[in-house]
Each structure stands twice: as C-alpha cells, then as structure tokens.
Design a protein around this ligand. Structure first.
Ligand code: 13P
Ligand code: SF4
Length: 305
C-alpha cells in the first residue's frame, strides 16, 4: 500500500468509528496530515478537554494520552504505540517527590506536564513548555519546587526573578544530546540563520538562541519572522514540518541526533491498525488518580488561559 492509500483508509475509518486523532508536532508528517488536531503539549491538553468524538487516538507519548484520559475520563483513549513513553516523565517517582516535599515544607510543587499521571496526583500545578513562564508569573505562591526538567526550570527561573524556584536534576535525553559545539558548528555552516531552541535544551545551548519556545512557539516564530534561514534546536520533525509549511525559507537541524525515538516509534500503519481495533493500548486510570491528577491540570488551564 502507498502512504496515501493508508491515509485514505484511516480517514474513512475514523469517520465511521467516530475517532478523533490527536498528534503531537514531533510525529511524522504522514501522521500529522491525517490528524484532526496537531500541536504542542499545551494545545493538545486544551483540545483534549473539548473533543466531541467517543474515542481519542493519541499519536504521541504516554503522558499525553494520560492527560487526555484525565481531562475526558468518559472517552476511550488509545495510545497508538504502547512503547511510546517519555523517559523524562519516568525519571522521578512518587517516593522521591514526597521526600522532596517533606524537605521543602510550604513549597508549591510545579510539575512539567511530562510526568506520569501518578506523579501528578501529588503535585500542585502543571505547566508545559509554552505556558510555564505565564503560569508561574500568574501564581500567587513565591516558593516553588519545579520538577522534573532542570533546563526548562532554569529557563523559567530566569524569566521569573521574583520567584524562589528550586530545581531537581531531571531532563530530556533527546534535547540534552545537543551542546555548545553543535551550536558553533551550525552557526559556522549557516551564518545568516537564526537559532530557535526548545527550553529543554541545556543553558549552554539556549544562551545562543534568538528565540526560545515550545514546538508550536518555534513553528509560529519561524512562520512570522522576516528572516529566511533558521537552525532548529528541537526534535527534527519540526524541521520537516517547517520545510513543508514555509517552503520559501530554509530550515536546518541543530543536530542530526535530535530525534526522539519514543515519538518516532508510531508509524502510519500503526495508526491504521489502531483504527481497525488491532493495535494500540487503551489508557485506563482509576477514578482517584484521575480526580487528583486533574486538579493540577485544571490549574494549568486556569492560569494558562
Ligand atoms: P512541547 O510542550 O513543546 O510540545 O514539548 C513537549 C515535549 O515533549 C518536548 O520534548
Ligand atoms: Fe520526552 Fe524528550 Fe521525547 Fe519530549 S523529546 S517526549 S521530553 S524524551
């Protein structure tokens, strides 16, 4: 079968079976093309709360499917590829965070959305890369324990100097693959290009950036900018999407190693098999986990607007 034949079958089946396909922007082009909605983690969370279809198929990683289930517990939520986890989301467990809370009484725990549903049950507020600064500035609390991404946390702390932000040392293994050497090499090769990076990159990379933002933030910035060349410091699918969306501009990966293998495990035939009911994993969460985890996601949407 060709790509377009598989895509046509998916489009037909999802209509017949009332399936809404959500795809994170790190998914391959052929998947984002057939999705009902594509975006960054924040946009996907907001969308998840208002989806009308009875079944939601998440093409992304596990914490994203869990977020959909938490916000729409009455829906059947399927993770397209059961192996698609986010290593950062699994870096910290309940025991560690409970210990940290005990050691830091009075601190509000702000969790990057890249955390498990279980961990969210003991956190106070969720943030995403695009909403973190806005949310932390809007929060009345001053003392904040930020988990699990030390790089996003460092970036946020710089933008919110009036807050007292404690960090823990977690991070994204994909974005941490790039260092200052990659920046120097890319800038030398493309001296006229602007550098756009995700805040999950290490500070030694981010400090050279012309723009720091979420996946959608980077895509919007590049589309609206009058510049014509860009080095992209996030997962390489964003390079590909931008090449399609802004064909009059040039996009270069900061490194060929900026590939999230978990995001890339889902294939278009997997999506077709999920629509046929032959693949994927239904996300099941107990009602207590949903109720407790929902509080911190609701707070994110309340502060994030
Ligand atoms: P965004 O919030 O930019 O979608 O990022 C999610 C993610 O997993 C980045 O690695
Ligand atoms: Fe997780 Fe990093 Fe992959 Fe994003 S890019 S899903 S943070 S491993």
């Amino acid at each position: 079968m060709t790509v377009s034949e598989v895509q046509n079958q998916i489009l037909k089946l999802k209509k017949e079976k009332d399936i809404c396909i959500l795809a994170h922007s790190y998914q391959a082009r052929e998947i984002t093309e057939i999705a009902d909605f594509t975006g960054d983690s924040y946009a996907l969370s907001v969308k998840a709360a208002s989806v009308k279809a009875r079944t939601v198929l998440m093409c992304g990683v596990r914490f994203m499917a869990e977020t959909v289930k938490i916000l729409s517990p009455e829906k059947r939520v399927i993770l397209a590829s059961p192996d698609a986890g986010c290593p950062m989301a699994e870096q910290m467990d309940r025991e560690l965070i409970e210990q940290m809370k005990e050691m830091n009484p009075g601190y509000t725990v702000v969790a990057y959305i890249n955390t498990t549903a279980e961990l969210k049950t003991i956190c106070d507020v969720c943030v995403t890369s695009s909403s973190a600064v806005k949310i932390i500035k809007a929060m009345p609390e001053k003392d904040i324990l930020f988990i699990p991404d030390i790089n996003l946390g460092t970036y946020v702390a710089k933008q919110c100097p009036d807050k007292n932000i404690k960090l823990v040392s977690g991070g994204c293994p994909t974005h941490c693959r790039v260092n200052e050497k990659h920046v120097m090499q890319a800038k030398k090769k493309h001296p006229n290009a602007l550098l756009l990076v995700h805040p999950e990159c290490i500070p030694e990379v981010s400090r050279h950036a012309d723009y720091i933002g979420s996946t959608s933030g980077i895509m919007d910035y590049a589309a609206k900018s009058s510049a014509t060349e860009f080095i992209i410091g996030t997962e390489n699918s964003i390079v590909e999407h931008l090449q399609y969306d802004c064909s009059d501009k040039a996009f270069y990966p900061l490194s060929k190693d900026l590939v999230c293998h978990n995001m890339k495990i889902t294939t278009l035939p997997d999506v077709l098999n999920c629509c046929k009911g032959l693949a994927g994993e239904e996300i099941l969460l107990d009602s207590e986990t949903i109720a407790k985890a929902k509080k911190c996601i609701d707070k994110m949407i309340e502060y994030g607007g």
